[in-house]
Design a protein around this ligand. Sequence first.
Ligand code: GDP
Length: 314
Amino acid sequence: MTGATGQDGSYLVERLLAEGVVVHGTVRPGDEVPVGVGWTPHAVDLADRDGLRALVLRLAPDEVYNLGGISSVARSWAEPEATAELSGLAPLALLDAALAVQDASGRAVRVVQASSAEIFGHPDRVPQDESTPVAPRNPYGAAKAFAHHLAAVYRERGLHVASCVLFNHESPRRPETFVTRKITRGAARIARGLDDRLVLGNLAARRDWGWAPDYVDAMVRAARHDGAGDWVVATGRAHAVEDFVRAAFARAGIDDWERYVHVDTGLLRPGDAPELVGDPGRAERELGWTRTHDFEALVGAMVDHDLAVAGGAA
Ligand code: GDP
């Protein structure tokens, strides 16, 4: 697993360890290496494709989950080449190494690529599904699109590759670089009197936000499914950033959120998709995938966590 210490990686590690799976994960060199966690960390940079390849060849895994890379659209504009390297070329190295292991061992290797709704750019159809044209509008989406196409290329070569087109998926483990966590932490701190304002960018953007552990479950189902393919993983419901703000503040006990929320035009992004919403029908029908959290439950879980972190009166 790459990205084992990220949001999705941490949930996936827990899930696989509970199943008794032996887990190896990459950790960025220089980052703190987790110890005594039940899985084996390997300090390999995703930009070190020779190192990545050697690791896969040595471990000869049954399943490869590629969750690593630059996960933020905003950061991909600041570091477009690093984005291409970590989210485009690293997946290629993994696919190629997985095929080499499969060819050498005669044993099937299954690969899951964590793809993204950003591969669709500004889609002209709502909701998006597996047949929506891939037409990214930012470096992050372009790197993910490259990896998504390669997943199909290696599938054609006989490798079981699932490309899971994940729409936004959130949890209390999200860092504040994502708008959901920024909002829930901000609302909780304002409710507790620790802050008096929250500065955001585009409040009109509409996104399809789901519960991260559900998306990890979809990736495991995709890995274990008989057929390999593309899977849109989404809730099918879009909400505006402003809807998320209203729901989060209400959960924290604040009805007049407008008093606290300010818009900084410097936080607006070039090429920000107005609306991304996915149709999870195929994953539901073929993978038997269901969601445990709707929008209200997601907002509730994140705000309650941040209220507990902020402390003070319940
Ligand atoms: P992304 O879709 O993976 O980039 O997830 P984000 O949570 O970073 O962004 C989701 C949407 O929220 C995008 O349309 C952003 O433009 C919008 N947004 C509005 N204000 C903010 C903000 O302050 N921070 C972030 N990260 N996004 C914001």
